[in-house]
Design a protein around this ligand. Structure first.
Ligand code: F1P
Length: 571
């Protein structure tokens, strides 16, 4: 076994630090004042947070294993060997599944892995499941996340006729009932080897009861743990530290998922077809490559800060941010843009992504979705036809491409944009000695865009301290998070906070018995149709006022952070 060095314990690792919360929901001490920081400081804080992904070593008092921990690396080796053998078996399948960002990463990896298999003239045996179907790749469909039965049913259909399936269920918070249902289904059926990916220790998995289901996530994870020794199930769950914006698993959670799974899948593929040995050293070498990509990306921190500033100005001035990308970088842009709606309560038009050749390039299973509405028009042609005519200096346009793309096309589109605005920028990637693979370009683009969209929303005042105070309360996890945020900022009890939240959700001054007895799924369905739910409840609690009055007080502020800031100082 590799010996890891001892390190200092991080504040969030202390057992006394926010003890009721799992790592993925804790607030990161690094970003405590991110809402008051300038753009350079914002980018620097995000850099420090992302750096925790690669932290080495261990501390005897810490209950957490980090990504480079020998036992994590060994699980990756075991998994890669499973990938290798499944690639060699006839009639086998690899399925990756998740909700929200986790499902989007599953999609990205499955399509990239399949195209590598195709290049090697092998069968494309990888597929993905995202809760809410392909619509959820581009828009927030958070409700299906709460159904374990739906998850299991979809998986049952996807595996039809297969003899052996490697199922990889991703839930950063070890929390999504949709994924729990699938993993439990796997545990009861010999066809599957189930794998759980997430970023909390098993004892911190979500223990909340699930409606109409006998188990909870934690129980399923424990059942998997029992099978881990005999390699009948695997759990890959290093702790990578709290998110920069509390609970925003699209950031570190998404990046860690991408790095871990890519490393495992690519190692399995190289072993199967290029006779490369799967070793702990090879896994570590790949992770170090991502670490270099992290260092390189943030060595451009001043340039990223400029883009944060520009994007922030656009959002503040009611303009837009458009990512115009080529190939997988286009997909990364579309994913980043789509996540802003649930994360920050942003409008769907605020930040949008486009990709050259649209759905043909996406290669998603349900094909062209452009007829479903404007959020699904993602082709450069849509950008040219619909956005370009309306483009103004208030909008920020960011091109995403690499030296491998058709630079004439890039130039041609750039000159059209320049005719409308000078606020055009590019995130481009070059080859250093031809040794920089796609994975580094993708993760680097992800970090940069996460920084730009998060930073811009901070500048717009959508974040208070390091909490997304205006998130959309659209599933049970977010419902619990909303109550926790209210408790954090008021001295009120959980019951008082939930009562205020429900009044804000239903827009009523008194809760009826019908509301009180309704299920969380009903509350989240209604919350999806309302704006500023958490801020409204916060004002009610803080000022002891009615929903109507809270809403009218909030209307005096165009910036949510300013409203919260001034109202929290009210005695
Ligand atoms: C899944 C997820 C997130 C999304 C939001 C709601 O989380 O859909 O991707 O940003 O927080 O939950 P997880 O199952 O990966 O923890």
């Amino acid at each position: 076994m590799l010996e890891a060095p001892k390190t200092e314990m991080r504040q969030w690792e202390l057992s006394s630090f926010e003890p009721s919360l799992p790592v993925t929901e804790k607030s990161n001490p690094i970003t405590r004042d991110i809402d008051r920081a300038n753009t350079e400081q914002i980018v620097h804080m995000l850099e420090e947070c992302d750096k925790e992904l690669f932290e080495e070593g261990w501390h005897t008092d810490s209950v957490y294993k980090r990504l480079k921990n020998p036992s994590v690396i060994q699980t990756m080796v075991d998994l890669a060997k499973n990938v290798e053998s499944i690639l060699k078996e006839p009639n086998s399948l690899i399925i990756m599944s998740g909700c929200g960002t986790s499902g989007r990463i599953a999609f990205l990896l499955a399509t990239s892995f399949n195209s590598m298999l195709k290049d090697l003239q092998q069968k494309e045996i990888c597929s993905y499941i995202i809760a809410g179907g392909d619509m959820a790749l581009l828009t927030s469909q958070e409700a299906p996340e709460d159904s374990p039965i739906l998850g299991a049913d979809i998986l049952d259909k996807a595996r039809e006729g297969k003899k052996h399936v490697l199922f990889i269920g991703i839930s950063c918070g070890l929390s999504a009932p949709f994924v729990a249902g699938q993993l439990d289904f796997c545990l009861n059926c010999d066809v599957f080897t189930p794998v759980l990916i997430g970023f909390n220790p098993v004892h911190m998995a979500r223990a909340e009861p699930i409606r109409d289901w006998p188990l909870n996530f934690k129980r399923v994870a424990e059942k998997m743990m029992e099978k881990q020794d005999s390699q009948k199930a695997f759990i890959l769950n290093p702790a990578v530290g709290p998110e920069a914006i509390s609970g925003s698993s699209r950031m570190k959670g998404g990046s860690a998922t991408k790095m871990l799974l890519e490393t495992v899948l690519w190692a399995g593929l190289n072993a199967a077809y290029n006779r490369r040995e799967i070793t702990p050293a090879a896994m570590l070498a790949q992770i170090k490559m991502y670490e270099r990509a992290h260092e390189f990306t943030y060595s451009q921190r001043e340039k990223i800060a400029v883009l944060v500033e520009k994007a922030g100005l656009s959002l503040k001035g009611k303009g837009h941010v458009y990512y115009v990308g080529w190939k997988t970088l286009g997909i990364i842009g579309i994913i980043d843009a789509s996540e802003c709606v649930p994360t920050f309560g942003a409008g769907s038009e605020d930040i949008r992504g486009f990709i050259y050749n649209g759905f043909q390039e996406m290669k998603n299973e349900e094909g062209d979705l452009s007829s479903m509405g404007s959020q699904f028009r993602i082709d450069h042609r849509d950008f040219v036809n619909v956005i370009l005519p309306t483009l103004s200096k208030h909008d920020t346009v960011i091109f995403l491409f690499t030296v491998n793309d058709d630079l004439n096309e890039v130039k041609e589109l750039a000159s059209q944009v320049k005719g409308k605005t000078s606020n055009l920028h590019a995130l481009t990637h070059d080859c250093v000695g031809n040794s920089v693979p796609n994975q580094q370009w993708e993760i680097s683009t992800k970090w940069s865009l996460n920084a730009i969209s998060t930073g811009a929303h901070i500048l717009k005042g959508k974040v208070y301290r390091n909490y997304m105070i205006d998130l959309k309360v659209t599933n049970s996890k977010l419902y619990r998070r909303a109550i926790h945020i209210l408790q954090c900022f008021t001295s009120c009890s959980m019951v008082q906070c939930e009562t205020a939240l429900l009044k804000a959700v239903y827009d009523v001054e008194e809760l009826t018995t019908e509301i009180i007895s309704a299920d969380v799924s009903k509350h989240t369905e209604v919350a999806n149709t309302r704006d500023r739910v958490i801020p409204t409840a916060l004002v009610m609690l803080q000022c002891g006022c009615s929903v109507k009055e809270a809403r009218s007080r909030l209307n005096n502020y165009s910036v949510v952070r300013d409203a919260v800031d001034s109202l929290l100082s009210v005695k």
